[in-house]
Design a protein around this ligand. Structure first.
Ligand code: URA
Length: 412
């Protein structure tokens, strides 16, 4: 196969055959197709797009570039959720153990935070000892025992996506619906699922800025699922204000524990139930009961213990990761909260050190925000709009200025 010709054909908007796409991905995974050719190809796809058949072929080729889960005979329904990422989005930490309580298996392979959106793996690693590096054999054993595993992508799991995603990150080719679809769906379908629910976010704190783009991405991912025999549901959710009241790694785990115990912010509980309902095969009322009676929390404790952590540390997380400065941001006037800009809050969390600017950066588990006000709430002058957890006074001042911009209060 002559790669320059393939790139030129895509550049001219031609449809490539599934076997051409497979050979390209196989060659790239082995190192026979160099990065410079793959970046040119990615840019051609960025401008010309791909047909649904091409996207499905790309997804399948990337999925087959490594190992897939192979569930034992007689396994229960295998289900998962994927979110396109948002600010304060800690849904996975609650949904995975909750849905496992219904008897489904949840083999959740997640990512790290990059840019302003946080990552499930970083949040889990704020639990001392929690190991996200799990082999497929270990994952299979844990699914049999607990029905849930939360892990990172191994070297043998969709290696083509691992290479291509890093390349896209530095070549301006991330925001392509075809490439995003193949990237996300190859990893999720390698879990060998029966049902998948997608939480597609749009707004200032999301990848997709408009609802129209989010709808196009959702339709593309549903089409690939259909092509590959997996039931895929999509729920579109605005990401204009942060989800829940906490943003930052350990702070989000603390809020997740509240939700797992039947409490926590209403918007967080609602979205957990909305998404779980699509895949769990039980009613919303049954899911609510599993949160309220402590079942989901107990399953989370078992998950933590199985992956190297100590559940006894969970109630102590605020002490274990106590930032040097924890101070409130005070409202200068009273009124109704009309905006908490998720994008700005995410940017501020990133600058506090909660996220990473490039893949090789580390994250600070202790910093971020909690007690964040929600749109529609009434506030009086002198009350707090949130608390900032910062490492230094300079960081606090920077975050305070950004929160003052992010939060808008109507002056009645
Ligand atoms: N998340 C992924 O895994 N891949 C993308 O391309 C975008 C978001």
């Amino acid at each position: 196969m002559h790669i320059p010709t393939l790139i030129s054909r895509k550049r001219e908007g031609e449809e490539l055959s599934p076997s051409e796409i497979r050979k390209l991905i196989e060659g790239y995974t082995k190192g026979d197709v160099p990065d410079y050719q793959m970046s040119a190809f990615a840019m051609a796809v960025f401008f010309k797009g791909m047909t649904p058949v091409e996207v499905a072929a790309l997804t399948r080729a990337m999925m087959d570039s490594g190992d897939c889960f192979s569930h034992r005979a007689g396994h229960p329904a295998v289900v998962d959720k994927h979110s396109t990422g948002g600010i304060g989005d800690k849904v996975s930490l609650i949904l995975a153990p909750l849905v496992a309580c219904t008897g489904c298996w949840v083999p959740m392979v997640s990512g790290r935070g990059l840019g302003i959106t946080g990552g499930t793996l970083d949040k889990l690693e704020s639990i001392p000892g929690f190991k996200v590096g799990v082999t497929l054999d270990e994952a299979a054993a844990q699914l049999d025992e607990l029905g849930v595993v939360m892990m990172g992508q191994t070297d043998r799991f969709c290696p083509a996506d691992k290479k291509l995603y890093s390349l896209r990150d530095v070549t301006g080719t991330v925001p392509s619906i075809a490439l995003i679809t193949a990237s996300i769906m190859s990893k999720k379908l390698a879990e060998t699922l029966d049902r998948l629910v997608l939480d597609v976010k749009y707004g200032t704190g999301a990848f997709m800025q408009t609802k129209k783009d989010a709808e196009a991405l959702a339709a593309s991912m549903i089409a690939v699922g259909k092509e590959m025999g997996v039931e895929v549901h999509a729920v579109l959710n605005p990401m204009s204000e942060p989800l829940g009241r906490a943003v930052g790694n350990s702070l989000e785990v603390i809020e997740s524990l509240e939700c797992l115990e039947g409490g926590g912010p209403a918007d967080l509980r609602e979205i957990v139930l909305d998404l779980s309902e699509k895949i769990a095969g039980v009613s919303r009322a049954e899911l609510e009961k599993l949160l309220d009676d402590g079942s989901a929390r107990r399953r989370f404790d078992q998950l933590v213990a199985a992956q190297g952590g100590n559940p006894a540390d969970l109630p102590k997380l605020a002490e274990i990761h106590k930032a040097p400065i924890i101070r409130e941001v005070i409202a200068s006037h009273g009124g109704v909260i009309v905006q908490v800009d998720a994008g700005l809050v995410g940017q501020a969390a990133l600058q506090l050190g909660a996220g990473r600017a490039k893949a090789s950066d580390g994250v600070d588990f202790s910093v971020g925000f909690d007690q964040i006000v929600k749109c529609g709430e009434t506030i009086h002058a002198g009350q707090a709009v949130c608390r900032i957890h910062a490492r230094t006074a300079v960081d606090f001042d920077m975050a305070e200025a950004m929160i003052e911009k992010a939060v808008k209060i109507s002056s009645n």
